[in-house]
Design a protein around this ligand. Sequence first.
Ligand code: SF4
Length: 337
Amino acid sequence: MKKILQTIMIEINNSCNLSCIMCMIKNRPKPFMEFSLFKKILSDWQESGRCFDLFMPFFRGEPLLHPQFIEFLRLFFEKNKDYTLAKSIAFDTNANLLDKDLSDIILTSRQFSTITFSIDAIKENTYENIRKGGNLNKVIKNIKDFIQLRKEYGFSFPKIRLQFIVMPENINEAKEFLNFWKSYFKEINIILDIIFEYDTSENSNDCIFFRPCMSYDKEKQSNDKRLYEQLYLDIKGNRPLFKDLPDICSGPFSHIVITSDGLVLPCCVDNQDRLTIGDVKEQKLVKIMNGSSLKKLLRLHLSMNKSKIDVCRDCPGQFFPVIDESILKELIDKYEN
Ligand code: SF4
């Protein structure tokens, strides 16, 4: 049986320096995770002997905003020097706060596999309208500086994901965004892919990632999906295949989330902590991961009954499977027998 729960996300910070128009986060209970809690989680994690494929110091919010972000990273590097906790690290950022020192720490740690830069625009006024409070020129400069530094070190990792969430406010400049970054990568002689689904393979290249916008508003959701499918058709020449099974979601099989206050969630779309399955302040992480709450949720999904779970029934994502389809099939077979 292949391993499930390959990714662990720890919400270092859930506040943000921007106010983006598509942000679905309603609940920001406690902005910064305390260092002592992070230490406790790492010690539980070490004790469990569990090695995840991926550690993400990220959930709701902008991770770079935590005043101790570098200390968190340094502690993790120290505990993970033999890659016993996680094979690699990845996170998402709006890149407004990325600077040379942090870029240097990330690159020289040699522990990061991917960084996703959330950009969504190529024209300043569009960016300012979508990512309120951010500065596009600064973002582009910070990203280019990061890539340049990676080049100077002669590294090919971490891979860069330039993310563009497709919505009515930016659809008209999707191709301009693509051409801008394509010509920059050509200039610096680095391969750049264009993807519409998460690519988690180890040999992936830097990429532009067009992703659908998520919303709880059904009408908006279907309009945005139409735009996304049209863009996919324009760029790829064929229609997208959304492969997710009808009443099962791959999310809770692929990852586990710990909030800044220590709550454990089975899914990163549950941004209001409604599916909480435990609390690492009170319990050992391994007990929560093997506990009955998670098993019950997974069983409901495996029996194609996700609509019996309130949060899942109304959920706008996942649009694409974040776990290999073969693993889900294997799990369904095991459950059914
Ligand atoms: S259906 Fe939505 S809320 Fe439920 S597990 Fe999947 S992504 Fe999370």
